[in-house]
Design a protein around this ligand. Structure first.
Ligand code: SF4
Length: 426
C-alpha cells in the first residue's frame, strides 16, 4: 500500500518510476492546459464526455501560479488563509486531491458541505473545492451576505451536464401530454420529478416548481418513497444508475424503468412502455463510477478471499448486484471506520477518496476496484494553483470566480431542497 497522493502517483507513472497505470498521462499537466478546451472535460474519467457549449470556462490563471512548486503553493495558501482568518471557510469534497483537502475546514459530500457552510455565518466567503453544482447549492443555502467561490470555473460535472434544463422541460411536456396533468382517483399526480443533488440549480428549481424533490445518494430511497406517496410515477434525473439501483432495491421491476433519451420522441420509448413505467430514468451517468465492472470484483475476490466489496450506487446495476454492499460516500467512509478487525476492502468510488481511506486506516488493506489511476477529471481541475489564486485575490480585496444563482431559481430550488430535508431531516 502506498501513501503517496493520487497526484504524486500520477507524476511517478508519467516519469516511468511506477508500475501503476493511469487513464491519461495528461493528468500530470496543470489543468490550465485544458481549461479553454473546446470539446471535452480534459484528462481523467470524463475525458470522453462533451462539454455543453454554455458550460462555464475558466479565464487565464496568472503565470506565477502555474510555475510555482507544490511547496510554494502550499505555503501561499496557508499564509492567505491565515490572513483571511474567520472571514473565509474552505470546503473540500471527498473526491478532491490531497493537496487541496489538507487546507479544507470541512471535508464531506456535496450536501454535507453546503450545510456546513451555514454553520459558519461569520465567513464572508465560502471557497468550495468541488464542482459547479455544489457551489450553486452552497449559494442557495448560505446567507445572502456570503459569497461562494469555485476556484476553477471549468470544474463542472459531466453527469450534471447530461441533463440540461431545455431537454428536461421538453421531456416534461411530452409526459404531460401523454399522462395528462390531473391526479388519479387516489389523488396521485401523474409523475413526480426527482433530481439527484448532482444537477444544476435550474433543475432543482424545475423540481421545486413541479411538485418534485431533490435526493442525495444517502437518502434516495426515502425520497422515492416520498415521491410515490404523491405520484403514480417518478421521473428521475440525471443519474440512471442511482435511480435504477434505488428503485430495484425497493422492489420495482427493471422492466418498469424505461430509459429516457433526451430530445427523442417519447425519449425513444413507446407510449405503452411509459404507461407501464414506475420510474422513468434519464440517460445520464457518472463517468467515474461507470468504470467499475463485475470482472474487477471477480478479480478482487480471487486475489483476496474474504474481501469486502463496497461500491457507490452511481455504479452500474450489475456491479452493485455483485458487490457485498453499496452506499454513498458517507456510507463507505463509515463502513471502513467501523471495521474493528483488519479487513481487505475493494472500494468502487473515486480514487482520491479511496486512497485517503487507505492512508487513514493502515490496519486495513484498502484499494480501488479500478486498478487504473483515473480521478474525476473535473474534480481534478481544482489544483492548488487556483486555490492560492482565489485566496490571494481575496486578501487583495477582490472576489474572483463567484458563483451566483439567480433569485428566482434559488427560491424554487430551495423548495425542492426543503422537501428533501422534511422527508429526511439531517
Ligand atoms: S465523480 Fe461523477 S458525479 Fe461526481 S463530480 Fe465527478 S463526474 Fe460528477
Amino acid at each position: 500500500m502506498t501513501t503517496a497522493s493520487v497526484n504524486e502517483r500520477i507524476q511517478l507513472i508519467v516519469k516511468g518510476q511506477s508500475k501503476d497505470s493511469t487513464c491519461s498521462t495528461s493528468l500530470a499537466k496543470g489543468p490550465w492546459e485544458f481549461d479553454g478546451g473546446p470539446a471535452a472535460y480534459g484528462p481523467g474519467s470524463s475525458s470522453e464526455d462533451v462539454i455543453p457549449a454554455d458550460a462555464p470556462r475558466q479565464g487565464v490563471l496568472p503565470d506565477e501560479y502555474k510555475t510555482a512548486t507544490q511547496d510554494e503553493l502550499h505555503a501561499r495558501i496557508v499564509a492567505a488563509k491565515a490572513t483571511l482568518g474567520d472571514k473565509v471557510v474552505i470546503l473540500g469534497h471527498f473526491y478532491q486531491r490531497e493537496e487541496i483537502v489538507q487546507h479544507a475546514d470541512y471535508l464531506g459530500d456535496s450536501f454535507q458541505l453546503a450545510v456546513a457552510a451555514k454553520g459558519r455565518p461569520e465567513a464572508e466567503h465560502i471557497v468550495f473545492c468541488g464542482v459547479h453544482f455544489m457551489a450553486e447549492t452552497a449559494d442557495i443555502l448560505s446567507n445572502d451576505e456570503q459569497k461562494v467561490i469555485l476556484p476553477n470555473l471549468a470544474a463542472g460535472c459531466s453527469m450534471a451536464d447530461m441533463a440540461d434544463e431545455d431537454s428536461v422541460e421538453d421531456c416534461w411536456e411530452q409526459l404531460m401530454e401523454l399522462y395528462g396533468t390531473e391526479p388519479n382517483a387516489a389523488g396521485l399526480a401523474p409523475v413526480i420529478p426527482v433530481t439527484y443533488m448532482n444537477s444544476s440549480a435550474a433543475l432543482k428549481a424545475f423540481c421545486g416548481r413541479n411538485g418534485g424533490i431533490v435526493c442525495t445518494s444517502s437518502n434516495a430511497e426515502i425520497v422515492l418513497k416520498w415521491a410515490f406517496e404523491r405520484g403514480q410515477r417518478v421521473l428521475f434525473f440525471p443519474d440512471q444508475h442511482l435511480g435504477r439501483n434505488t428503485a430495484k432495491a425497493m422492489g420495482i421491476s427493471v422492466d418498469q424503468m424505461p430509459l429516457w433519451h433526451g430530445r427523442k420522441e417519447l425519449g425513444g420509448n413507446t407510449a405503452e412502455q411509459l404507461n407501464e413505467a414506475k420510474v422513468i430514468l434519464w440517460n445520464g451517468f457518472c463517468s467515474v463510477h461507470k468504470r467499475f465492472t463485475v470482472a474487477q470484483i471477480d478479480k478482487a475476490r480471487a486475489e483476496f478471499p474474504g474481501v469486502r466489496v463496497i461500491v457507490h450506487p452511481e455504479s452500474p446495476m450489475a456491479v452493485v448486484d455483485a458487490a457485498d454492499e453499496y452506499g454513498s460516500t458517507d456510507y463507505i467512509r463509515k463502513a471502513v471506520a467501523a471495521a474493528t478487525e483488519p479487513t481487505t476492502f475493494a472500494i468502487g468510488t473515486e480514487i482520491n477518496m479511496v486512497q485517503r481511506l487507505a492512508a487513514q486506516y493502515p490496519q486495513h488493506n484498502i484499494f480501488c476496484l479500478d486498478p487504473v489511476v483515473c480521478p474525476c477529471s473535473t474534480m481534478y481541475r481544482i489544483h492548488p494553483g487556483y486555490l492560492a489564486w482565489v485566496l490571494e485575490r481575496l486578501v487583495a480585496g477582490e472576489t474572483v470566480n463567484q458563483i451566483v444563482v439567480n433569485d428566482n431559481v434559488a427560491t424554487d430550488a430551495r423548495v425542492a431542497l426543503e422537501r428533501m430535508l422534511a422527508a429526511k431531516p439531517l
